[in-house]
Design a binder for this molecule. Structure first.
Ligand SMILES: [Zn+2]
Length: 529
């Protein structure tokens, strides 16, 4: 294959003369094969050579090495007598960017990399590929690109995004059919949305959240555009209302529980007091005997005499002989029951109502060497500990519900045991919560079935319910009824828009928050493949 064709394809512009590797760079010496060139001023073709000069142009790397074309280019006289230009340099419009030291294909790569990776990230990728450049060059390339003109979509998704959360917001416009970002607006004002829609006629459906500016902007632009209230935002707003209702109710329930608890506590207290006293007396008797025995030993009495006088066995007296203070009572560790504690616990978790007999049989087979009574006593303790634990779990779940409203949306089958218990306890203790939970279930199923026939009934039910937060949510729905009806029955939602907002955030942060609006807009709207 001729080298010219290998390097430049079908083009008849260059002739490869020679190639060499110098200082790690591939240098390819090239002559121009063009018969002449067009004057940049008057566009007349000229082939009268004025002089030769050498241009160094960077091309894509060859087998990993930086590659340069050493081009023997020419200057021509302009033959048009009326032209102001007398001499001009030869141009290679197919291959070389005018007044640049890179080939067109390098420039295209730079632009693609810059759009994907931004300035600094792009430079790093280019370095890896042996294509030296600077971040400002890459950013400039993005800026020089004209904004891609998309065909006006029929179905739009519109949402806001934050330049800086809480202070400055913009608007994102997405083609919901092609799932493509169409444009960004620098703010989220009514007139901006209105202007954009007027400049891009042909939009039939707009999916939006319930932010008033978007609704008004679309309405002002054209009364014929169908509004769709986004399902996700509807569910989120309902969830927020539910969370408020929960927070309010839980405070009331918590107070009620606390009262019950203190009542129960005061009933138990005297009993435990008696127990403690007995313990102290018990300890006191042994301690008295211990010090008596020690005294008698010091006085030189025989062990036999001490045993007879105090009633303490001779074995104990011999043991006490080596202690200065009363040694603590040790629990018996005669059996190997402790080896099976973990297993028994697992069996109890698996089947809380399992018979103790069955457990005993199982661990005996595995080598338990203790008595039946000992085993029964241990299992009873483990059972007690287990019920205490679940009670503890329930109480923590019950009193810390930051995102508890989510539980009411999820399918019951997907909930854990403690989550189910949490919901059931709340519903059992508060009629309001029970009512709200039912309303949420109905709303969710309405959205799932895309059945808007029940919407007005649901709103009426919610308004007549005694849960003031849900009531407020339902009243809000009435003010935007048509859009919500469309949101329930039409297949469009802002899900893809939320995805695009995430993409926008990633690109924005990649530019370390220094992204100008125009740069962000070009990076997102152009090159979306
Ligand atoms: Zn000319």
């Amino acid at each position: 294959m001729p080298y010219d064709e290998l390097m430049f394809g079908e083009s008849e512009m260059f002739q490869v003369i020679n190639a060499e590797k110098k200082d790690g760079k591939v240098l390819i010496y090239v002559n121009s094969k063009q018969p002449g060139s067009n004057c940049p001023e008057c566009n007349d073709l000229s082939s009268r050579i004025h002089s030769y000069y050498t241009r160094k142009i960077m091309d894509l790397p060859m087998v990993g090495s930086q590659t340069w074309l050493i081009l023997n280019a020419r200057k021509f006289y302009c033959l048009n007598v009326s032209c102001v230009r007398k001499v001009f340099a030869e141009r290679f419009p197919e291959h070389v960017v005018t007044r640049k030291t890179v080939t067109k294909r390098v420039n295209e790569k730079f632009l693609k990399i810059a759009s994907l990776m931004g300035g600094n990230g792009g430079v790093r990728i280019c370095q890896l590929m042996n294509l030296p450049t600077s971040s400002s060059t890459l950013i400039r390339l993005i800026h020089q690109q004209p904004l891609e003109q998309n065909t006006v979509p029929k179905v739009l998704g519109i949402d806001d995004w934050a330049f800086k959360k809480g202070s400055r917001y913009g608007t994102i416009i997405v083609d919901l059919e092609k799932r493509k970002i169409i444009d960004l607006l620098p703010d989220r004002e009514t007139h901006s949305v209105e202007q954009w829609l007027k400049a891009h006629p042909g939009v039939e459906i707009v999916s939006r959240d319930r932010y008033g500016n978007f609704a008004n902007g679309v309405k002002n632009a054209s009364p014929h555009i169908k509004h769709v209230a986004d399902r996700w935002h509807l569910l989120k707003n309902l969830g927020d209302a539910m969370q408020k209702a929960l927070d309010r109710n839980v405070i009331i329930l918590k107070a009620a529980r606390q009262r019950k608890k203190t009542q129960a506590h005061s009933e138990i207290q005297p009993l435990s007091g008696v127990e403690n006293e007995n313990e102290i007396i018990d300890k006191g008797v042994i301690a008295k005997k211990f010090y008596l025995v020690k005294q008698m030993l010091l006085e030189g009495n025989s062990i036999k005499k001490i045993a007879r006088d105090t009633g303490v066995t001779r074995i104990t007296i011999r043991k006490w002989k080596s202690f200065d203070v009363l040694p603590p009572k040790r629990s018996p560790t005669m059996t190997n029951m402790h080896l099976y504690d973990e297993l028994v616990r697992e069996m109890l978790v698996e089947n809380p109502t399992i018979e103790t007999k069955a457990i005993l049989k199982k661990i005996k087979e595995m080598g338990y060497n203790g008595s039946v009574t000992m085993c029964y006593e241990n299992i009873r303790k483990l059972r007690e500990r287990k019920t205490k634990n679940t009670e503890h779990q329930l109480s923590t779940v019950f009193w810390v519900p930051p995102k508890a409203s989510n539980l009411f949306y999820l399918n019951r089958r997907g909930l854990s045991q403690s989550e189910k218990m949490f919901i059931d306890t709340l519903c059992a203790e508060s009629k309001e919560i029970k009512r709200a939970a039912k309303l949420i279930r109905q709303f969710k199923s309405m959205l799932k079935k895309k059945d808007c026939s029940m919407l007005s009934v649901w709103i009426n039910n919610a308004i007549s319910s005694n849960v003031k937060e849900i009531k407020g949510f339902a009243k809000g729905l009435l003010s935007d009824f048509e859009a919500i009806e469309n949101g329930v029955k039409l297949p469009w939602s802002n899900g893809p828009v939320e995805g695009m907002v995430n993409k926008l955030k990633i690109i924005k942060r990649q530019m370390y928050g220094r992204a100008s609006f125009e740069l962000l807009r070009k990076r997102l709207v152009n090159h979306q493949t």
